[in-house]
Each structure stands twice: as structure tokens, then as C-alpha cells.
Ligand binder design. Structure first.
Ligand SMILES: Cc1cc2nc3c(=O)[nH]c(=O)nc-3n(C[C@H](O)[C@H](O)[C@H](O)COP(=O)(O)OP(=O)(O)OC[C@H]3O[C@@H](n4cnc5c(N)ncnc54)[C@H](O)[C@@H]3O)c2cc1C
Length: 438
């Protein structure tokens, strides 16, 4: 009995490894010449950049974190997070609500006043429960934090109006910060937020791809790259999986590729399912990699809510995660720009994108164009799931259909959920635990 795993990103490779470890026969079919999906890295004249955006290893899930750290054992650098928000020319400690002391006085007042007034109003029952993401932000943090940071940053990364987004994914998961922490943060007493990420790991050598390469180690011989699945047909209780040139036969199929790629492979998909899938919203990503001579600020990564500064929503400094990602005396910078498929950003040339990022870096006094040694641009069509207001309705239609076809969906764009690496691995572990043995 052979199980075909569609997609050789982190989810597909972890599935392959765990099923192989329990004695199953598997084959991984990956479209690209290289495995890893969003967790690939690129080496360029002594610099290493993650091509699906800057990645770090962290988790609240002890079992998953232990698994990831075991995979990079002997090649791990542990780092203390030093993350900032670039706000009106200042570096504000991240998360924003823990960095209020770094704000200009007027903004600090606006944020603390808004937080406390909202808290009182909520406790008196004067504020109705939120109906969308924007209302949830104001309900949880108050108008000040919402207006200064949360709304502008979220609209910059999601490329979507927050009032047109659902809040189901944050509701209950992100609690309102304790009022004591907000007051401490506003008067300059140190507090930490998102503490499960305060210390993170990164491979010393090889970028984040070192993690997926290690996971794939024992199953290398069962991975077929350059195989873009274009058809899935039932055959005598199993499946015939084609790429237009060759066909692979398998008894079972597990999908880790985007549902937008899966459905066109199947015959007779009902129109309502196709329409629901088409309506799912996602963002693409451009990464501009810059290798420079000289230092960068000792910051892990930085959020940039201000639209007028540039298109970049996040800047990372991989050479602060591992010294091996840049040659001696040099530093690595990775700028992430999210965008909608087919929009103006997707039509910009690599040169225009690099020029835009360099102009921003110069304005921020991070580096000058004269310091640049290498630069490159990477594009990822599927980067972020966007939870619009119709998301839950549409994804249910797609999932129900795939369940009826007995095609399990595992992974970020197969499940079509905002899953980080740890959540993908958790999904895989749970899936394998319930997957019938052959
Ligand atoms: C900017 C950014 C930063 C991130 N940072 C972090 C972080 O710091 N920490 C963290 O834990 N997570 C982070 N993540 C999330 C992480 O990248 C994902 O959770 C993880 O990589 C998803 O793996 P996957 O295998 O589910 O999907 P993917 O990586 O998308 O893999 C899917 C694979 O399927 C292949 N495929 C597609 N279509 C076909 C087809 N028709 N036939 C065959 N193969 C096909 C693709 O080529 C790809 O290899 C980040 C994501 C982004 C976008």
C-alpha cells in the first residue's frame, strides 16, 4: 500500500518522515526542483537568505519544539528576541503594547487613555462584542493602540481592510493585555509579551532550509522533485496521479499543496466548490535580500506600519540570528513585501523592488546603496491566508468536498489556515496518529 504525498514543503516532508518511521510506503511529489516550499534558503556569495521570508524556530508546543530542535541539533543557534516596531523614526519595543514608553508622549497618552477607557466601557457592558477584526482590535487594545499601530500594520501586511476581516482566529487566542502590564509599559517598567517567542532558535548554517533538509534525510529516496501534479484520477480503489507527462499510482493520497492547486486536478468538481475555492483570499510575497558591508542594528526583526516609508511590512536581520549567514564584517537584510496576486507589486521588476527597499533603508539610516554587495528578489505566490468575512463559509465547502473525496488536507495552504511551522508539524503529528495503518 503506497501513500502519495502531494507537496514537498515542511508539511509534506514531515508527513513522509513520520509515516516512513512507522513502516509505511510513501512517495512525495514536489513541483519545484528543490524541496522545502516556503522553508527554502538561498546562498549567494557567502550570504544566506530564507526565500519564503525570514523564519525562526519557536513554539508553545513542547513536543513540536523538541522535534524541531532535535532536527537541527549540533547546528542550532539560540537567540534572545530583540524585536522593534519602527514608529515615527523611533524603535519601539515589540509587542507594541509592551513598548508604550518608547512612544512620543502624546501617543503614549493616547494609547494608555484609550486602553483604560475601553476596559471600563467593556466591564460596564457598554461595548457590544466585536463583529470583525477591526472592532476586535479596538475592543481588545483601545483606540490608541489600534490607531497608532494595530490597524495600520495589519492593513499593510494583509492588504485588506480590517473591518472586512474575520476575528475568529484571534478571538480567545490573544487575550486583552493585563492593565498592570500596560501601565508598567507606559511608565517604563520592563514587561514582556509573546514570551514563548522571547528566545528562538535558528540553524547556524544553511538557513531555515537546514530544518527541512534534516527532516527529509531518511526519506530522500522517496521524493520526486520536478513533478507538478496536474491530474488525480481514481483507479481500482487507488489513484493515478499525473503531471502531464508521467503517471504515478498510489493507494492513498494526502494533499499538502494549496487547495487552489488541488481542485483543478480533479474531475467533476461541483461549481459551488470551485466558486468557494476561488473566493478564498491569500497574499503573495516579495522578499528583497540585501547583503551589505558593515553592521546593522542589533535587532532581530522590525515591523514597519508606516505606508509612506515604503512598501516593506517587515525587515529582518538574519546575520543577527546566525553569524554564518553573512561573511565576516558583513550583514544580511531581508525585506518582506506582501501583495495581492496580480497587483501592481507583482508587476514591478526586481530592479524596481530593490531600488524601493534601498531607498527606505537609506531613509531609516540602516545602510546606503554604496554598502551593498549582493541583492536578489524572491517571489512566493502563496504566503499568507487572509481571513476575510466569508472565509469560514467558503473553507467549509472546500473541506467538506475534499473529505467526500477521501483526500486529507494537511498544511498551511491545504488546510488554508494561518499555520506557522510548529502548527504544521502539530497538524502532521495529529494526522499521523489517526491515519489508519496499511
Ligand atoms: C513571510 C513568512 C514568514 C514566516 N515565518 C515563520 C517563522 O518565523 N516561524 C514559523 O514557524 N513559521 C513561519 N512561517 C510559516 C511557514 O513558512 C509555514 O508554516 C510552512 O512553511 C508551511 O509548510 P507547508 O508544507 O504546509 O506549505 P508550503 O511550504 O507552501 O509547501 C507546499 C509545497 O507544495 C508544492 N506544490 C504546490 N503545488 C504543487 C503541485 N501541483 N504539485 C506538486 N507540488 C506542489 C510547493 O512547491 C511547496 O513545496 C512564515 C511564513 C511566511 C510566508
Amino acid at each position: 500500500m503506497t501513500t502519495a504525498i502531494l507537496g514537498g514543503g515542511l508539511s509534506g516532508l514531515t508527513l513522509a518522515r513520520l509515516l516512513h518511521e512507522r513502516g509505511e510506503e510513501i512517495i512525495v511529489l514536489e513541483a519545484e526542483p528543490q524541496i522545502g516550499g516556503l522553508c527554502r534558503s538561498r546562498k549567494d556569495r557567502g550570504f544566506t537568505f530564507d526565500t519564503g521570508g525570514s523564519h525562526i524556530i519557536f513554539s508553545k508546543d513542547d513536543e513540536v519544539l523538541a522535534f524541531m530542535r532535535r532536527m537541527i541539533a549540533g547546528n542550532e543557534q539560540r537567540n534572545d528576541r530583540n524585536t522593534k516596531i519602527y514608529y515615527k523614526g523611533r524603535y519601539v519595543k515589540y509587542p507594541f503594547e509592551n513598548g508604550l514608553y518608547d512612544l512620543p508622549e502624546e501617543d503614549r497618552f493616547f494609547c494608555i487613555n484609550g486602553f483604560i477607557r475601553t476596559l471600563i466601557a467593556v466591564e460596564k457592558g457598554e461595548v457590544p462584542p466585536p463583529k470583525n477584526f477591526r472592532e476586535w482590535i479596538a475592543y481588545t487594545f483601545g483606540d490608541g493602540i489600534a490607531g497608532c499601530y494595530m490597524v495600520p500594520y495589519n492593513e499593510k501586511i494583509w492588504k485588506y481592510k480590517t473591518e472586512r476581516m474575520s476575528h475568529h482566529w484571534v478571538d480567545g487566542r490573544i487575550p486583552r493585555p493585563p492593565v498592570g502590564d500596560i501601565i508598567k509599559s507606559a511608565i517604563g517598567i520592563k514587561t514582556e509579551g509573546y514570551t514563548h517567542q522571547a528566545v528562538f532558535s535558528y540553524p547556524l548554517d544553511g538557513g531555515i532550509e537546514a530544518l527541512v533538509t534534516a527532516i527529509a534525510g531518511p526519506v530522500q529516496s522517496w521524493i520526486r522533485t520536478g513533478f507538478r501534479v496536474t491530474s488525480l484520477k481514481r483507479d481500482a480503489g487507488g489513484w493515478l496521479i499525473g503531471n502531464g507527462k508521467a503517471t504515478v499510482r498510489a493507494d492513498r493520497v494526502i494533499c499538502t499543496v494549496p487547495v487552489q492547486h488541488l481542485l483543478p486536478c480533479l474531475d467533476d468538481v461541483p461549481e459551488d466548490v470551485t466558486a468557494a475555492c476561488r473566493a478564498l483570499v491569500y497574499n503573495s510575497l516579495v522578499c528583497v535580500n540585501i547583503g551589505i558591508r558593515g553592521p546593522v542594528p542589533e535587532i532581530s526583526w522590525m515591523y514597519i506600519p508606516d505606508k509612506t516609508l515604503g512598501m516593506t511590512n517587515r525587515l529582518s536581520f538574519p546575520s543577527n540570528f546566525s553569524r554564518h549567514t553573512a561573511p565576516e564584517g558583513c550583514s544580511a537584510i531581508l525585506a518582506e513585501i506582501t501583495h495581492q496576486p496580480g497587483d501592481e507589486v507583482s508587476r514591478m521588476s526586481d530592479r524596481e523592488l530593490t531600488g524601493e527597499v534601498l531607498a527606505m533603508l537609506e531613509k531609516m539610516k540602516i545602510c546606503t546603496p554604496g554598502q551593498v554587495i549582493v541583492s536578489s528578489v524572491e517571489r512566493q505566490p502563496f504566503a499568507y491566508v487572509v481571513y476575510d468575512l466569508d472565509y469560514q463559509k467558503n473553507i467549509r465547502v472546500v473541506q467538506d468536498f475534499c473529505r467526500s473525496q477521501k483526500i486529507p488536507l494537511v498544511g498551511r495552504f491545504a488546510q488554508f489556515e494561518y499555520l506557522n511551522m510548529d502548527a504544521c508539524i502539530r497538524s502532521v503529528m495529529d494526522f499521523v496518529a489517526s491515519y489508519p495503518r496499511d
